[in-house]
Design a protein around this ligand. Sequence first.
Ligand code: AGP
Length: 645
Amino acid sequence: MCGIVGYVGARPALGIVLDGLRRLEYRGYDSAGVAIVCDDELRTEKRAGKLSNLEKTLGDERFGSARADGAAARPLGRPPMVGIGDGTAGIGHTRWATHGGPTDRNAHPHLSRDGRIAVIHNGIIENFAKLVAELEADGVEFVSDTDTECVAHLLAAALTDLRAVGEPDGPQLLAAAMRRVVQRLEGAFTLLAVDAGIPGAVVGARRNSPLVVGRGVGEHYLASDVSAFIEHTRDAVELGQDQVVLITAGDIEITDFFGAPALGRDFHIDWDASAAEKGGYDYFMLKEIAEQPQAVADTLLGRLTEAGEIMLDEVRLTDQDLRDADKIFIIACGTAYHSGLVAKYAIEHWTRIPCEVELASEFRYRDPVLDRSTLVVAISQSGETMDTLMALRHAKEQKARVLAICNTNGSTIPRESDAVLYTHGGPEIAVASTKAFLTQLVACYLIGLHLAQVRGIKYADEVAAVVSQLHQVPDRLRQVLAEMEPVRQLARELAGANQVLFIGRHVGYPVALEGALKLKELAYMHAEGFAAGELKHGPIALIDEGTPVVCVVPSPAGRGVLHDKIVSNIQEVRARGARTVVIAEEGDTAVVPYADDLIYVPRTPTLLAPLLTTVPLQVLACEIAAARGHDVDQPRNLAKSVTVE
Ligand code: AGP
C-alpha cells in the first residue's frame, strides 16, 4: 500500500521519481505527489487520482529547464528560475488511502508549516491522534486528515531543537531529526523526508513496512521495492527492521533508531528492467499470464541436486528440524491462500503430516496450538503483506519454525523466516495475481517433496519423477495459452452476466475459489467458488436460467470417483438452468454431453492440475473485466501490496 521513491544524485530528480512512481503505482493509485529540492527551495506538486493526473499537472517540467534535445521545457515567457525539473534530490509518493479520503489535500507529500520539509509515508501511525493533539496544543494547524502530516511537524520541531543545541547543519542533522521522530511513533511506517535547507540528502526510516536502497554511482535511490529503480541499478541494499537510512549522492548511511551504526544486506537484482514494462501487451496482467510458462520454469530451475535432493534458498533450519515437524500450518492471504489450499492436498498426500491452511488475518486471533515442532509455511508474493507478517511473528513467538515462499528478495517476510524458497516469477505489477499463484504452487510442491524426502517417505527417484512432471508443465502451459481464443469469445458473451459461480472438487476446489476471486476483483461481479459437493447444501439455490457455472473437472485417469462425482454435480446445475463452462482434461469425453462450453487442458497428474486449470479462469476474468471497460491492472479499491492489517 503506497509506493515511495527517493533519489539523490546529479541528474534531475523529477523524471527519475516519476518513472519510479509509475512502476510502483500498482501499490496504490488514489493520489500521487512529489517534492523536489531546488536551490534551497522545496517544490511540491500533488494530485488526487492516478499518477497521470499529477503528470498532466507537471507537463514538461520533468525535463527541467535544459532538455537533452535542447528544446525549451517551459512555455516561452516563464522566468528562467530553477524549476521543479532541475532539482537533483527529491521524493515521490503514490497513495492507497488509509487516514483521510483520496483528495488533493490528503495526497502526500505533507509539509512542515514553513513549507521547507516534505514527508511521505507508507503505513499507519497508530498513535497519531495523541501526537496531533500535542502539536495542536503547540499551535500547529493541520491542513490534512492524514496521520502522516504530524511527522512533518515533528520533524520540523526536531530540526529546530537540534539546531538550537548547536548541532551542525547538514545531512547528518536530517538523519538525527528523523531518529528523534521515529522513536515517538507507533505502528507501521516507511517514511522519507527532504529539507529545503539540506539539499542533496534524503532520509528514510522503516518499521514493519518495506524500504530498499538502490546503490548507483554518484547517485542513490530509496523505494518501496526495487522495480522503482531497476532501470538505473541492479545493486540494492535490504534494510533491517527499525532502521534509519540517509542517502546522499556519494554515500548510504544506515543506523538503528538510536543512532548506532547498522548494516543492511547487499543483494543483486536479477530481474531486468523490461520485466517491469508492458512489452506490447495491453495490460500487465495479460503479459504476466503469458509469462507463466517461463515463471514456472525459472522457479524450478536448479532445484534438484545431482543427489536428487530438493534445494531451498536460505535455510536456517536443519533436516532434523524438518523431521521433527509434526504439524504444518500454511498462512497466507487472497490468492496466496488459495495456493496454500492446493498445497495441503499435496503435502498431506506426500508427507502424511497433518496440514492446516489458515487465512493469515485470522490466524493469531484464534490462539492456534503451536510449538517448536510446528512448521509454519508463510506464502506471500510481495513479502510485505501485514496480515501474513503478523501471523508469522505470532508463530515465531510460539517457537514454531517458519518457512517462507516469496517472490520478492529484500522483503520482510523472508527476512524474518527460518528458511525461504523464492519463486522466480519476476515482478508482478498487475494487482490481480497470476504468475505469482502458479509459481507459489510450484514452490509448495517442492516443499512437499523436500519434506517427504528428509522424512524418508519418498526416495530420490520418486521425487525426481514428480519434478520431471513439473518440468513438463511449462510446455503444457504454452499449449493452454495458445488455445485461449474460445475463452476470450466466451468472456465477451458472459460480460453482461449478473453472477458467475465456480465449482470444483479436491484440488479443483481452490482453483474454483481462485477463479471467483479473479472475477470479483477485476470485473466487480458477484462470483463465488464452491466445493461442488456443497452445492446441494444451499448454494444451488443461486442457480437460475442461464447462470454461468464454471466447473473444474479432475482427470478421469486419476481418481475415478472424484471425476464421476463432479460430472453428477454438473448435471445437477444444468438441470436447473445453468450455462455450464467445463474445464476438463483433453480426451475426457464423459463431460461432453453436459458442457455448454468446453475448455480442454493437457493431461497432467491430478495434484499438479491446478497449474493448468487456473489459466483459463485468469484469462476469462481479465477479458470479462476488459469487456466491461474496467482498468484491468488497477481495479478499484485495491492495492497490490497490503501493508496494513
Ligand atoms: C489477488 O489477485 C490479490 N492480488 C491478493 O489476493 C493477494 O494475493 C494477497 O493480497 C496476498 O498478497 P501477497 O502474496 O503479496 O502476500
